[in-house]
Design a protein around this ligand. Sequence first.
Ligand SMILES: *Cc1c(COP(=O)(O)O)cnc(C)c1O
Length: 399
Amino acid sequence: MKNTEKLAIHGGEPIRDTYLPYGKQWIDEKDIQAVVDILKSDYLTTGPTISQFERKIAKFVDAKYAVTFANGTAALHGACFAACIQENDEVITTPLTFVASANCILYQGGKPVFADIDPNTYNISPQSVRTLITEKTKAIIPVDFTGQPADLDEIVTIAKENNLVVIEDAAHALGATYKSSRVGSISDMTMFSFHPVKHITTGEGGVITTNNEHYYEKLIQFKSHGITRNSSKLTENQGSWYYEMQFLGYNYRMTDIQAALGLSQLNRLKRFIEVRKEYVEMYNNAFQHITGITIPFQSGERNSSWHLYIIRLNLERLSVGRKDIFEAMMKENIGVNVHYIPVHFQPYYKTMGYRRGTCPNAEKLYEEIITLPLYPAMTVYDVKDVIRAVQKVFSFYTK
Ligand SMILES: *Cc1c(COP(=O)(O)O)cnc(C)c1O
């Protein structure tokens, strides 16, 4: 049965008068006060709030160490450095991710190798990883896509068998668990991002968590020009002013202003995730019987922290493609998005010789996905608006 309500794209009334973005931060008065307190203190950067934030993150994810960075991409660069990725090394990752997951390999002169995804979870396929391992492979960068952990047991096993480092891109997965472990305690190094659309924010910001002391020390030095003052590491000691730059690092430090915001946000992380889960339930209940939609699949042993809610279009049941559905949703004032354009489709990657057709599952999925708004600062009424807009648009375009 067709819904007779006229779509906004055809000149009808939109579901909402105001635009609802797909993701957004939630800053409260306590967050603001925490930042103001730092502005009035002695340390705006490299002060005590950074280590406080690092300790709290490490504790939250059950890891020994946490090293903050200016952003998640810088943190991934640090992890590739610590893993000794260098020229001619190959690193296997997924194409269904933000470009940063692969760019960090290029920063070190390495070569990204794209494995295909599992068509159910949309995460990197361990079978595909196995087929791509060569003598040059040094690391694997799985991404916990949408907040659902990748198949970490399989990936860690493959890594052990082949002497590879696992750098987990958990930008979507702060607070997720895999079997009985917390994401952040499983891989050799795990990255979280604090960009405003992620689970908690520091404006820009990122962190690597690890249980490995050697990686920890390299990361600390890397994010501060390659400089150390640690007397046990100096090659000589000319006096108490003395420091050494022992390799080429960067200034990738987070400020105390950012760390204060992060600490304050961490207090609400559990609640943030609960709200995301409540909204996911509402979406699942509303969409599971719409024939044009496949709702996200969740594996029982992985507890997602739900960064993104992605619907997959069953195109054979629809009279139009993804683009028309996308534009119709936007006209209803619902901020939809697409996560992600496969990395190997990007012009820069094309110039390096990457070609379409190498990851058929990821490439097919890309044509069929739409991300709906999901974040804790949304109200239940916002969620209901999204549901009504989806029902309106899909009832019009369902064959
Ligand atoms: C956000 C994100 C990053 C990069 O994080 P920034 O903090 O924005 O640099 C990397 N990978 C994935 C999958 C992301 O979503």
